[in-house]
Design a protein around this ligand. Structure first.
Ligand SMILES: [Zn+2]
Ligand SMILES: [Zn+2]
Length: 568
């Protein structure tokens, strides 16, 4: 039987009740607070008499199974608030929740003699909750308020079948094993230091990968008529007041004071590009003007949310701003969408989910503007035969956007690429161009990025490929290994030859046995090993060993180069 996302939410919501039921039986003095389902499972926050310990989880799980087997029907009824207050007398948390509910009645869930305050949405019977696990105990606060009552959170998950549960465990294991922070260390790619929390340091191999990603995008930009610019990292505070960032975003910005002037470090490239555009009068002949800016951005994030390369305080984007006429929107969007697909496919992302976010309640600009821009986005996708969802009212206040979410090899979705139409900034900065009729007109600005942030995309790729970057992206593509030191000279000549051909190659200069050299190249996830022994030297050939252990013997240098070219 196929279960929907709502079914799974019901199951997990019910599993949270089951956990609370088990807690109330085993630790009867515990106060229950709230226990919602989450994207990954569920949790329940408690105030126990004595803190829970990890050893408490197995007996709790066992009791949950036992209650499940009691086959208690789950019922849900609405009762008057006064009655509910009596039921939960002695639990200040539940009483507070009851007071917060605006209606005259509140919902009560029952299974056997266990009751909980609840909006409803359950499985029918406790016996339907079979495949679950409790993961951890952590600290939390009542209503997520740091000054509020400290609580203990028990986190778990539930699934409809044992197979779903096993798949989930496998993905969890993979996610830990291939965590990009761990791979970054193992492969010597990047690091973080206390001297700048959230500011990544890229090591030579990590920087190499960033450069390859940059170069890859640059060739596409060049082909599609973009021009690369660079704009200052700091600009006067006044600019950011004009752009609206100061009002909406100042808590996330860094400031710098000098000579009684206040500068803001840029959190986005847009205002810089806008200044450059407005630097002199523009003609319709110059449009569309596509300006790419890979400038480093700084955004202050609370230290608690920093997470490897996924959430940093300094990063750069493959950002571009297209200034065009209203009639050019569709064509420009179409071209951006094509590039996005072309780029994402190169990284073996097979599933891409697309959504168009439409006019929100607080939108700026006329209905006509919005209609035209939203239609342009939809028409571009339709022309490319790309199915899309509509995210009603989820556009930015300054214009509609297309969002692309990609699925990685561990089944996780990531939002990276966006195309956004913006009427607001051209208005705000009084941008104009002269039409073919000699009239002054307002251009439209399109913001678009493909990777999004280089740093985050790099982290996603590392996990998506589980550390085994494809040949074209690997910082070291080829490692030359020798059976004995006698083949070192042959190895050096070969490496030089490959380098000349643009291949990233290293020689293992150690005198380790060949098995050790192979092991070390494998640990470094080098896609190709060229193994050289007496026979190879005598015949002027090469043995190619792939990272998965497959081998090809007796290859010539030309054959190696040919193969490398195919993978580039
Ligand atoms: Zn419930
Ligand atoms: Zn922008």
């Amino acid at each position: 039987m196929k279960h929907s996302a709502q079914d799974l939410e019901k199951l997990r919501h019910s599993a949270a009740h089951l956990l609370a039921h088990a807690v109330s039986e085993l630790f009867s003095e515990t106060l229950l607070t709230i226990g919602p389902p989450t994207a990954e499972g569920f949790f329940y926050d408690f105030l126990p008499l004595k803190n829970f310990k990890d050893e408490d989880l197995p007996p709790l799980e066992a009791r949950m199974h036992e209650i499940s087997k009691r086959a208690l029907p789950l019922t849900h009824t609405q009762i008057p608030k006064d009655e509910a207050r009596k039921l939960f007398a002695g639990n200040p948390f539940k009483l507070e929740l009851i007071d917060m509910i605006p209606d005259a009645t509140v919902g009560i869930a029952r299974q056997g003699d266990f009751i909980d305050l609840c909006k409803g949405g359950h499985v029918e019977n406790t016996k339907d909750i079979k495949h679950f696990k409790l993961f951890s105990i952590s600290g939390s606060y009542w209503r997520a308020n740091r000054d509020g009552q400290a609580l203990q959170r028990i986190t778990g998950t539930a699934f409809f079948s044992e197979q779903d549960f096993k798949d989930y465990e496998q993905r969890r294991e993979d996610a830990l094993r291939y965590d990009h922070r761990r791979l970054g260390k193992e492969l010597d790619l990047f690091s973080f230091h206390d001297e700048g929390a959230g500011f990544p340091f890229f090591h030579p191999k990590g920087k190499k990968i960033i450069n390859i990603l940059t170069q890859f995008i640059r060739t596409k930009l060049e082909r599609d008529g973009y021009q690369e610019i660079s704009t200052p990292i700091m600009l006067s505070e006044d600019l950011w007041k004009r752009s609206g960032h100061y009002a909406h975003y100042k808590d996330n910005m860094y400031f710098c004071h000098k000579d009684e002037q206040t500068y803001a470090v840029k959190p986005m490239n847009c205002p810089g590009s806008t200044l450059l555009f407005s630097e002199r009068p523009r003609s319709y002949r110059e449009l569309p003007m596509r300006l790419a800016d890979f400038g480093t951005l700084h955004r202050f994030e609370l230290s608690g949310v920093l997470h490897g390369l996924f959430r940093v305080r300094a990063f750069s984007q493959d950002d571009a701003h297209i200034f065009c006429t209203q009639d050019q929107i569709e064509q420009e969007v179409l071209s951006a969408v094509r590039m996005i697909y072309e780029v994402l496919k190169k990284f073996d992302f097979t599933r891409i989910v697309v959504g168009v976010s439409t006019r929100p309640a607080n939108a700026l600009g006329s209905d006509e503007y919005w209609q035209k821009a939203t239609d342009a986005l939809k028409d571009a996708l339709t022309k490319e035969n790309i199915p899309f969802e509509i995210y009603e009212g989820e556009g930015a206040f300054y214009g509609p956007k297309i969002e692309f979410r990609i699925e990685d090899t561990m089944g996780r979705m990531w939002q990276c690429s966006t195309v956004q139409v913006d009427f607001f900034m051209p208005e705000n900065f009084d941008l104009s161009y002269i039409t073919s009729e000699g009239i002054k007109a307002r251009p439209v600005m399109i913001h678009r990025a493909i990777y999004g942030s280089f740093e985050r995309f790099f982290g996603i790729l590392l996990e998506h490929y589980k550390g085994n970057l494809p040949f074209w992206l690997a910082p070291v593509q080829v490692k030359v290994l020798t059976i004995t030191d006698e083949q070192k000279e042959y190895a050096r000549n070969l490496a030089q030859e490959l380098k000349t051909q643009g291949i990233r190659v290293e020689i293992d200069e150690s005198s380790d046995p060949i098995s050790g050299q192979i092991k070390s190249a494998q640990l470094q996830r080098v896609p190709w090993m060229l193994v050289l022994g007496k026979k190879e030297v005598a015949n002027n050939t090469i043995t190619l060993r792939y990272v998965d252990g497959k081998q090809e013997f007796g290859l010539t240098l030309e054959q190696i180069l040919e193969k490398a070219k195919e993978l580039s």
